[in-house]
Write a protein that binds this ligand. Structure first.
Ligand SMILES: Cc1cc2nc3c(=O)[nH]c(=O)nc-3n(C[C@H](O)[C@H](O)[C@H](O)COP(=O)(O)O)c2cc1C
Length: 163
């Protein structure tokens, strides 16, 4: 099974999770970047993101160089939990690539700051729609992500095995 890991990360936790999953599965790794980066100050970033998250705004993103979804059977998509949902750049990427994901398996993983899954998995599945097979999503605590390598690896192995 050929896998890709596509992720957005603001402060590095989801990046670490994405890199761990890619390393374990031999997946190709791709980063989603906002066209205009979010403020690097936590409070300001929260203020900036809040109306976008609640409004389900499709924040513009940069094209991802070299990503051809046709090559993959399973696409892991990583997002931080922002205001209970996916980070807007992830929503944009999924919305833009719905057609290209048709017939594939897609699987969300997210990192959070204590809220757990909240609405992230549900809204991810709604955004993907019916064309792809959405596998069971998983939430990882961002503050302990560096000690969650085994849990990340097990998660990836299980999804590839169809669990
Ligand atoms: C704008 C913003 C909103 C957030 N909202 C939530 C939230 O609603 N629930 C939660 O558990 N964590 C929330 N967090 C914490 C992040 O989900 C957590 O730190 C995550 O691991 C960050 O991932 P990253 O390092 O890949 O950016 C928020 C963080 C930011 C910056």
């Amino acid at each position: 099974m050929k896998c890709a890991v596509v992720y957005f990360s603001w402060s590095g936790n989801t990046r670490f999770a994405a890199e761990t999953i890619a390393k374990k599965t031999g997946a190709d790794l791709y980063e989603i970047k906002a066209e205009t980066p979010y403020n690097s100050n936590y409070g300001k970033c929260c203020d900036e993101a809040k109306p976008e998250c609640y409004g389900k705004t499709l924040r513009p993103i940069k094209p991802i160089e070299g990503l051809d979804l046709a090559k993959y059977d399973l696409v892991f998509v990583g997002s931080p939990n922002w205001w209970g949902t996916m980070a807007p750049p992830v929503r944009t990427w999924v919305s833009q690539n719905k057609d290209a994901l048709k017939g594939k398996k897609v699987c969300l993983f997210q990192t959070h700051g204590g809220g757990g899954m909240q609405r992230v998995g549900k809204e991810f599945a709604e955004t993907v729609g019916d064309a792809a097979t959405v596998l069971s999503p998983k939430a990882f605590d961002g503050s302990s992500i560096k000690s969650s390598v085994k849990a990340l690896e097990d998660f990836a192995d299980e999804r590839i095995a169809g669990k």
